[in-house]
Design a protein around this ligand. Structure first.
Ligand code: ZN
Ligand code: ZN
Length: 360
């Protein structure tokens, strides 16, 4: 059964990353000058099509809107039910907590290490089985298939905070109400639009369309990976406790609550980290480094650094910017499971660093 359509033919990889992305609002420099030393053939920066550069989002079919609403409200309602149930019965024990925390770590890293740094930006190389493992962990985070996630994210980088960016908070006029509208759109509203399904996969992820496991996960995501997200913690809790109540709490805490937390931490990188925080590097957009988001999101909240150096495997480049995903990549390297790890040189960092009055 094939639920998600794929492009019928896969074109040559389009890898000209030096499209006209406008002038950097801080420096007035052309982006080509800022990107001059970055790696050639950087697939993570794709030239957008002219027709994509519009603030009018693609229309979403009803089935997509309904599916997205279920995927976002079900974890929220499950979290509420888990809190009420546990408040009344006091059954959130170490078993449930452990299932939730382990599931959260694995699926969050599936997104940050797998979907984001490995698949989208190719910031390091690894064995195919390691890539498959993290891809599957990402698929269990209830944020769609690797093909859809990475295509949308590469489009975000290509058009960051410009017309056509799937989740920029800056599509609205100034003013408090419009700022809140922008925040809501960047956080969760954009998911209801047609961006996820309308993004041109042949343009943005030709490499992933040639990855058989990514294609397989993509085809069966709705009927395999969506339910597995909830079935696995339910079965694990049932196996450990041997009771129906234990299984139910496994579903509520290990499934719904865990998905809710990981979802909204990811969403916060799109919303909060394009509005609140510090800009340390020139990046042609409004991305920010937000320390709290950085800790909660396993390093992804150092988002300005990431937009400045998209292929860097490390987002928290300073010792005081904790980046759990980077530490796990380093652990892979120590175990011989990661190589060709990309990091910006000191010279590249200096060239993009924003010099403030304080630091002069
Ligand atoms: Zn961003
Ligand atoms: Zn990225």
């Amino acid at each position: 059964m094939r639920l998600t359509p794929l492009p019928s033919d896969i074109p040559e990889i389009q890898s000209d990353p030096r499209g006209d992305m406008g002038v950097d609002p801080v420096t007035g420099c052309e982006p080509a000058a800022l990107l001059a030393n970055e790696e050639e053939n950087d697939l993570s920066i794709v030239t957008p099509a002219p027709e994509e550069q519009t603030s009018v989002p693609p229309e979403a079919p009803l089935i997509h809107t309904i599916g997205s609403l279920v995927g976002i409200t079900m974890p929220f309602l499950g979290l509420l039910a888990a809190m009420v149930y546990s408040w009344q019965h006091g059954w959130l024990d170490w078993t449930q907590l452990s299932i939730m925390i382990v599931g959260q770590l694995l699926t969050a890293l599936g997104l940050t290490l797998g979907y984001h740094r490995l698949l989208t930006h190719r910031s390091f190389s690894t064995y195919y089985w390691v890539r498959v493992f993290w891809m599957m962990m990402g698929a269990l985070a209830l944020q769609k298939s690797p093909i859809e996630w990475c295509a949308t994210h590469r489009k975000h980088h290509a058009l960051s905070d410009k017309p056509g960016d799937p989740h920029t908070p800056y599509d609205y006029a100034p003013g408090f109400i419009n700022t809140m509208k922008g925040f809501w759109h960047a956080h969760v509203g954009w998911i209801m639009t047609g961006h996820i399904i309308a993004t041109d996969q042949k343009r943005y992820v030709p490499d992933l369309l040639q990855d058989p496991v990514a294609v397989w996960i993509h085809r069966y995501w709705e009927i395999v990976w969506f339910p597995l997200t909830f079935i696995i913690p339910t079965l694990v809790a049932w196996g450990i406790t041997g009771t129906g109540e234990g299984a139910l709490l496994g579903f509520l805490w290990g499934g719904c609550a865990r998905v809710f937390i990981v979802q909204h931490i990811t969403f916060s990188v799109n919303s909060i980290c394009h509005m609140f925080g510090r800009k340390e590097y020139h990046s042609n957009d409004e991305s920010r480094n937000n320390f709290i988001c950085g800790i909660l999101s396993a390093g992804e909240g150092f988002h300005n650094t990431h937009h400045a150096f998209p292929t860097s495997a490390r987002h928290g480049l300073e010792w005081w910017q904790p980046d759990l995903t980077w530490y796990v990549i380093k652990l892979h390297e120590l175990c011989g499971l990661a190589w060709d790890i990309k990091l910006p040189s000191e010279e590249q960092r200096q060239r993009k660093r924003i010099v403030t009055q304080d630091s002069q």
